[in-house]
Design a protein around this ligand. Sequence first.
Ligand SMILES: Cc1ncc(COP(=O)(O)O)c(C=O)c1O
Length: 383
Amino acid sequence: MRPIVDRLPASKIREVANAGLGRSDVLAFWFGESDEPTPQFIRDAAARSIADCETFYSHNLGLAELREALSRYASGLHRPVGADRIAVTSSGVNALMLAMQALVGAGDEVVAVVPVWPNLTAQPAILGARVTRVPLRVIDGSCRLYIDRLKQAVTSTTRVLLVNSPNNPTGWTLTRDEQVALLAHCRGTGTWIVADEVYERMYFAGHATCAPSFLDIADADDRLIVVHSFSKSFLMTGWRLGWLVAPAAAMPGFAKLIEFNTSCAPVFVQRAGLAALAEADAFVPALATRLRQCRDTLLPRLQALPGVSVAAPPGGLYAFFRMPGSDDSLALAKRLVSDFGLGLAPGIAFGPEGEGWLRWCFAAHDPARLVEGTRRLGSALGL
Ligand SMILES: Cc1ncc(COP(=O)(O)O)c(C=O)c1O
């Protein structure tokens, strides 16, 4: 193995989950997914496709009709996005890796806003790039961006600015003003922005149905790659379907990279994606409303626990909080599993900046699970 592969840290969320292996009494909120299965109409579309013998390769960039449907979907939310700027990928994480493979090589510099889902920073590291981490700051329990510090870090030698908003694990979400400032800055330095916007529909500020996106403000040929996924908005984590938006001129390159990575996303999965998009207008806002209810069930109960410090996240699927004992988040997360049957993710899983925190995924089909989870956390606090 290359030394960098040996040095990659194993997932600390898995380490906690392994502590609960084989125990049916554990309430698990550690992974970033709902406990609700994919809707029947999406599963039916995949089953029909298989029954119709759609068992062959597709175009590297995806089925033409799926790229068209994604173009309509994205253009309905943002500025017009032509199908010629869209590549269908085998998941969001695959789209992120393709973006990295397209942009960075050994010795290149990537600046990442952290804490963040560890895959984002591991991928450029695997490719030999140097990752500079710019931490969010915490004010009254909420995360904010030091925009000046980030601009200082992104210079003409920076190949990629990597930003995930709404953010996993903190829920922090870029404001429109911050996006405008970062786009202008990166145009000046010649830096690519890789924006992971997989949680864009999980946005709880006011009545908005979508978080601010770089696709609202960028031109079609800006150095911008926006990464998306069917996983979160359509309850399709196990299907491994995503897409990316990039300048049209980059598409022949992405077609080659997809050929050499996966060749294409499975056709029956793409058909499931088409079915999902056809119902997106009804399905996604209803899901977001349910998730808002989950958030609003969990947050006040967490806030009421003595010593727990947590702010309502504006976006994403997660409450990110501190509590007595969380200075060693991995040890505490393991103890919560073993002694109280409560499965949370340790903040350290998201980098050193996340140490001292725990992450709770509130995407629960039955909000009573969240209520019972907070009761168990109360027991851990001696209540
Ligand atoms: C920030 C972020 N980006 C991308 C993904 C990837 O999603 P998927 O690979 O399931 O499409 C995740 C999944 O948890 C995530 O949290």
